[in-house]
Design a binder for this molecule. Sequence first.
Ligand code: NDP
Length: 247
Amino acid sequence: MSQLEGKTAIVTGASRGIGRAIAIELARAGAKVALVYQNNEAKAQAVAEEIAALPGTAIIVKANVGVSAEARAMVKRVADEFGRLDILVNNAGITRDTSIKKMTDEQWEEVIQTNLNGYFYCMSAAIPFMTEQKSGRIINISSMNGQVAAFGQANYSASKGGIIALTKTAALELARSGITVNTVSPGFTDTDMFSEVPEKIQEQIKGRIPLGRFGKPEEIAKAVVFLAADADYITGQQINVNGGAFM
Ligand code: NDP
């Protein structure tokens, strides 16, 4: 039997990049997966078809996780449709990079709304279902840049550092309900988000990574599947998957 047979999962931001890889790996491990996307329905549908071909089970759900009502309705819809909710992977994230001197309120708020408030809305909506089941696995995707200074990313770094703090408090509060909460923090990973970084800067960054290359989305996904399937006694922790870029 596959490790996650009978389990159900929500992965936000599953139409592309790291979320896509996480959804596929969870499905490969046997979980039924809800793929949450914001705009790219065709890409989300393509991921669902890839999962169906494994074979596996996936549904696609459109929601802006930065809008409380949409995030909460999405979680309820998935729990109702699957009949239970075992795993929540908060992964959807955005960047609006610029120096603090130039950063507008809108750029600050948009990032915090999606990357931090969105994680809270989804967690908050998932907790009642998991509490009733007396079990749950919440995995929050943060970033290396939630732990180190990153020029031009004050909004992003604040959101990602906030996720690490949120994870620890949630882990403490939810442990008695059988729910574990952990963070996976990717380093520079080959996705659309990272492709926005100018090529010259990418080369400089690569030169500073001890393992000498960028991460693959699948390598982040493996850490998530480990936490979902094999980590019963791990909570409030953070796994850095970054090729040694930050130790
Ligand atoms: P991508 O830009 O490749 O994909 C972002 C995903 O998030 C898409 O599926 C997008 O949906 C979805 N999304 C964005 N905003 C919302 C929203 N408001 N509501 C619902 N879904 C939304 O990102 P990555 O795969 O690179 O990043 C995934 C996570 O990993 C993020 O949290 C990021 O901060 C983190 N990370 C990434 C690193 C990297 O180097 N790539 C490094 C460290 C952390 P749609 O397709 O519909 O637009």
